[in-house]
Design a protein around this ligand. Structure first.
Ligand code: LMR
Length: 326
């Protein structure tokens, strides 16, 4: 009741206020990445189509908020749009842990199918009680393992300390190969790798290249062992307070931007893979099917550990997305 009243008051305020609605969009990556480009395209289309009604301000590279405080800032309405990686919502829901399970999705197309089908769509609303509303999924890409030594088999990772995102699943994944983990905000990763605080990490090519991780990680193993994607989220109270006719236009723009981001993400990652290879700073290691199978066998037990937490129905739907027809 109090919540409804709050929304109604806010809605009234927006309707009667002649000043434009301001949407601050904060993120932690570089502008020349799938997420960075998506944020700029959103700003451009809003400016073109909603003119003086809505103003978008984009803050890349953790310049406004970083991993540690961005979701709290969203809930306090200090920022209105974020696209955190799906690993970063642990405090608000455990269902999204499904995206971090290693070797669950065969490729980015399977991830895409899951996100578009009913169960994946439902997860956009999994944090509603915290007033965090999912507006869409944005791809980055499949993760690769980087390290100070060549990782061909799981035993090669033993004893190394890997930087991870804020995620119990990822901690368990590395424990399976007898590695240690340190949770660090994205903005701290380069320094931690350069100083030797951690010796390894996992990232898609676009993050590896744009953050120059390849310059301080002499080996990158092309494992494609998991996905790093994003949920575009807003503060539900803010969103539903936007007058309906403006909100529906914003939602149409978001659909268009999501389509563009998701269509181009794989290509951007491939381009950055080639840039990393051309730099000569890091050796890219391709795994034989037998070697990749060894990583899968070592890491897959993580699924059982988190199945109850995620929900067997969600896990089943995610696995089914590896098949085209469903
Ligand atoms: C990470 O922390 O490694 C990623 O979530 C950063 C990002 O937003 O791609």
């Amino acid at each position: 009741m109090a919540v409804c009243l709050g929304i109604a008051i806010l809605a009234g305020a927006v309707e009667t206020n002649a000043a434009p609605i301001v949407i601050r969009f904060s993120h932690v990556v570089a502008e020349d990445t799938p997420k960075g480009k998506g944020a700029l395209l959103f700003k451009q289309l809003v400016e073109e189509r909603l003119g003086d009604l809505v103003k978008v301000e984009v803050f890349p590279n953790s310049s406004l908020y970083g991993d540690a405080d961005e979701l709290a800032a969203l809930r306090d309405n200090k920022v209105q749009l974020l696209a955190p990686s799906l690993a970063k919502f642990e405090t608000y829901t455990h269902q999204l842990r499904v995206f971090d399970l290693p070797f669950l999705f065969d490729d980015l197309e399977a991830v895409d199918r899951f996100q578009k089908r009913a169960k994946g769509r439902q997860l956009l609303y999994s944090m509603e009680q915290h007033y965090i509303l999912g507006l869409g999924y944005w791809h980055n890409g499949m993760k690769q393992l980087s390290a100070t030594r060549a990782l061909r088999l799981p035993a090669d990772a033993a004893g190394l300390n890997f930087r991870i995102q804020q995620s119990d699943v990822l901690e368990t994944q590395f424990r399976q190969v007898k590695a240690q983990t340190t949770r660090l905000a994205f903005s701290q990763v380069f320094e931690a790798l350069a100083s030797g605080q951690v010796q390894g990490a996992e990232n898609p090519w676009s993050n590896l290249y744009s953050q120059r991780f390849h310059e301080v990680q002499p080996y990158i193993t092309e494992t494609n062992h998991g996905v790093l994607d994003y949920m575009l989220v807003t503060n539900a109270r803010f969103w539903y307070a936007i007058p309906h006719r403006i909100r529906t236009q914003l939602e149409a723009i978001i659909d268009e931007v999501s389509y563009a981001v998701n269509r181009e993400a794989a290509q951007l990652n491939e381009q950055d893979r080639q840039r990393v290879a051309a730099s000569g700073r890091s050796q890219i290691i391709s795994l034989s099917p037998r070697e990749r199978e060894a990583w899968r066998a070592a890491m897959e037990p993580v699924w059982r550990h988190f199945e109850a937490d995620i929900g067997p129905d969600v896990l089943k739907a995610a696995r089914a997305s590896n098949r085209r027809e469903e």
